[in-house]
Design a protein around this ligand. Sequence first.
Ligand code: HEM
Length: 437
Amino acid sequence: MRAPHSPPGEPVVGNAMRFARSPFDVLDTLAASYREGVVHLSGMVGPGIYVVLDPALVQRVLVDDHARYRKPQLRPELVDPLIGEGLLTSEGDLWKRQRTTLQPAFFTSRLRGFGDTIVDFTRATTDGWADGSTVDVHRELGVLTVRIIARLLLGVDLSRADAVDVAEAMEQVGETLALSPGNVVRPPWLQTPPPRTYRQAIRELEDVTARVTAMHEPEGDDVLSLLRRAVDADPDGFPDDELRDQVMTMLLAGHETTALTLTYALFLLSENPDARAELHREVDDVVDGAPTWADLAALDYTERVVHETLRVLPPVWAVFREPLVDARLGEYRIPEGAPMMLPQWALHRSGRHWDAPRTFDPDRWRGTKPAETPAYFPFGAGPRACIGRQLAIVEAKLILATVFAEWDVEVLVDDLPRRAAITMQPTEPVPARVHRR
Ligand code: HEM
């Protein structure tokens, strides 16, 4: 057993500065040039950070040995006031209780009833587009997915104005949480309080959350109804802020990742006109007017587009863990409590695991099951894998099919500057020209 190597760094701050300035480039270099399964980036957050680059070791941490690791508390001064102990951040018995309580909201039998809702909300969005005009697709899709999540998971119809407030507040949150040289190299004892704009964004999200909770009628199997019943049955089993934390978590985790997937799909389809033409062909063949749940099985190429987008531009670019006690991971020793990064960005794009990794080729998924591809884990893996995985795929397929049945969408930029927050987000609007077909 040995300590992982560090790539050469800069004096004092180690590799931190370079990583904070351009995390995606640093991860590309690590994946390309290191033969090691784990490397150590020095000088960040105390003990530095251990980057796992071997898919077999990622599986060990997330699946086989998951009980030996936990999620680290990265930047608690920012994350706690945002989502507290919601499903994304909770641990131990509380996490188990929450996951079991909320799971029925995501059952296929329940989602099946919402296909038409997804299509109707999408059409309400495209009805606002003028033929030949330019729209910011990231914003449009963000507002759309907020409204869908509010309806499906929280059981309420949010006004467009409320959905815009949520999407805007989330953008502010992303800006504050993003890696930057200032926030990566600052030692824990020098943490400054959250900036005013961040606190303001949280207040806006809390306002919408309060309205959602007040509007909600407890019935059925939406997240809020399930939670209210569980809290009533076992008041000591959940924290006081359970409803608030869980609504904030669903708004954060449930809308932005899907909006990013769709934004990146539109970008990649614009760069690859052949793939866009193939998508149009399939949608024209399968869809009669508007897509339905029954069409999903035949929307094969559409599904491959979604998987390939999640590979090339994964909205969650890395997940993080820390060992509960000193850990042995393959031949490497990782000290107790040291932060570990498991970067989708690096593994999804490494020439060691993929042919022509930078090429957007939906057909590489023909006959290949994503769940059986170890270097591919856009939704994480193991017990803490994404609870919204099936919903996200269904939603992305139905939205793409609804849009492409009536429109052609061409993103007008050939580069998308992105920042690394909890998700990988565009830093600028994403303009696209929309043509009615
Ligand atoms: C394409 C879209 C999505 C992507 C790429 C994605 C990705 C992920 C990933 C990678 C994780 C694991 C994090 C970790 O292990 O540290 C996760 C967890 C989670 N996701 Fe998603 N997600 C997506 C859509 C959704 C949707 C639609 C929801 C709906 C609410 C959702 C809710 C959650 C929640 C609550 C967790 C925490 C689950 C737990 O720890 O038990 N996600 N997601």
